[in-house]
Ligand binder design. Structure first.
Ligand code: FES
Ligand SMILES: [Fe+2]
Length: 400
């Protein structure tokens, strides 16, 4: 079913490529410039998006084995993700039940237990408080009331989502809108985690707009990779999530062939975004690899931090690892020195008040869709959240 959808998308894309057309929206879209710097607006985005909808916080490849864990700062919330001995994933606030210290430093590892660095209270991989240091001195209490605080989480398609609201009633599956079935075509659960690196950037939406925008490739990236890529894009949506696909002439030869003949690597090429803050750029040649970019708002409206993760379909030999390292350094250079350097100046310009709006063209449907969903979420009441995603789930795979 999901492969059929990928083939349907590829055929739609080929039709456009052969006709020399792209999807175009009916109208232009204007976003108020203040949406990129106004502190009230930014606070609402933090509360009504980042602390409310599931965020992709880890990949299966980062913590494949029982006892593996990952601690991270997710939009200001300290999170601890662990894999139990039975292989299940769970997520918690990375926060001790004693006096709230952060238990594990940011990073990954493998352990049998989590021990707080402040007074050595100890928790199991499942988050149960198992030991209180100097328990006699501290005094007796019912340990079962002092476990780590769990957060909703779901592992699907080799990716791990966590909701930073412990009381969330929005099922993560509903939020995914069927997109996970498409992502499953990559087979990420068996991929190899290679490396991560961080890049500082402008307001998270200025940064994220760039990931849905192929229009700029030959211009802004003229000195690096831009001239080799098409700058025309078609957008395919599942709820708020969208795949950005440029015309791919390699697929023409499969046009009249049955679904099973179409090659997975070419079908999954391009950019996959996962609302509100993920971009997956897929590469092939020497085995498939991806760069998964995780954008988090920084401490102010005008800053963000992007964690880039490099994953490979196959564990690399020495030569392939050296190539991957070089490619990953190149990708950091491009994002930091070209995209975000431009974005940081764009940020200052928007803050200067010289324009009331920024504009998205009829060829920039990805930006229209993304900002539409940001607005939808800012206006949605908590009780309507599930219905909002269910409604749009029914319309999945709609092309603009
Ligand atoms: S705050 Fe963790 S043991 Fe005291
Ligand atoms: Fe770019």
């Amino acid at each position: 079913m999901s492969k059929e959808q990928l083939v349907t998308i590829a055929k739609s894309n080929l039709e456009h490529a052969e006709a020399g057309t792209i999807q175009q929206t009916d109208n232009f879209h204007k976003v108020p410039a203040s949406h990129y710097f106004d502190p009230d607006r930014w606070g609402q985005e933090m509360d009504k998006i980042f602390k409310r909808v599931p965020l992709l916080l880890a990949t299966t490849a980062e913590l494949p084995n029982p006892g593996d864990y990952k601690a991270l700062d997710a939009a200001g919330t300290p999170v601890l993700i662990s894999r139990s001995s039975d292989g299940t994933i769970q997520a918690f606030f990375n926060m001790c039940s004693h006096r709230g210290a952060q238990i594990m430093p940011v990073g990954r590892g493998n352990t049998h237990r989590f021990t707080c660095p402040y007074h050595a209270w100890t928790y199991s991989l499942e988050g149960d408080l198992t030991a209180i240091y100097a328990n006699k001195d501290f005094g007796d209490l019912d340990k079962s009331c002092y476990n780590l605080t769990p957060l909703p989480c779901l592992e699907r398609a080799g990716l791990i989502w966590v909701t930073l609201n412990r009381d969330s009633s929005l099922p993560i599956e509903t939020f995914l809108s069927g997109y996970d079935a498409l992502l499953a075509q990559f087979g990420f659960e068996n991929w190899h985690y290679f490396a991560s690196q961080a890049v500082e950037g402008p307001n998270w939406k200025i940064a994220y707009d760039g990931y849905m925008d192929l229009y700029h490739l030959p211009i802004l990236h003229k000195d690096t990779f831009g001239p080799d890529y098409p700058n025309r894009a078609n957008y395919y949506n599942w709820g708020p999530h969208q795949r950005v696909a440029g015309p791919d002439p390699r697929l023409a030869e499969f046009k009249n062939r049955p679904v099973e003949d179409w090659p997975d690597d070419a079908l999954t090429a391009g950019v996959w975004t996962i609302f509100p803050h993920i971009s997956i750029a897929s590469f092939d040649g020497g085995g498939r690899s991806i760069m998964l970019s995780q954008l988090f708002p920084g401490e102010t409206p005008g800053s963000s931090i992007t964690i880039q993760h490099y994953l490979m379909e196959n564990e690399p030999d020495e030569a392939r690892a050296a190539e991957a390292k070089t490619q990953f350094e190149f990708l950091k250079y491009v994002v930091e020195q070209e995209d975000y350097a431009t974005g940081l100046k764009q940020q200052r310009a928007l803050e200067s008040g010289g324009k009331d709006f920024v504009l998205f063209g009829k060829n920039e449907g990805g930006g229209h869709h993304f900002h539409h969903w940001v607005d939808l979420l800012l206006n949605a009441k908590d009780e309507d959240l599930k219905a909002l995603f269910e409604t749009h789930q029914k319309t999945f795979f709609t092309a603009h």
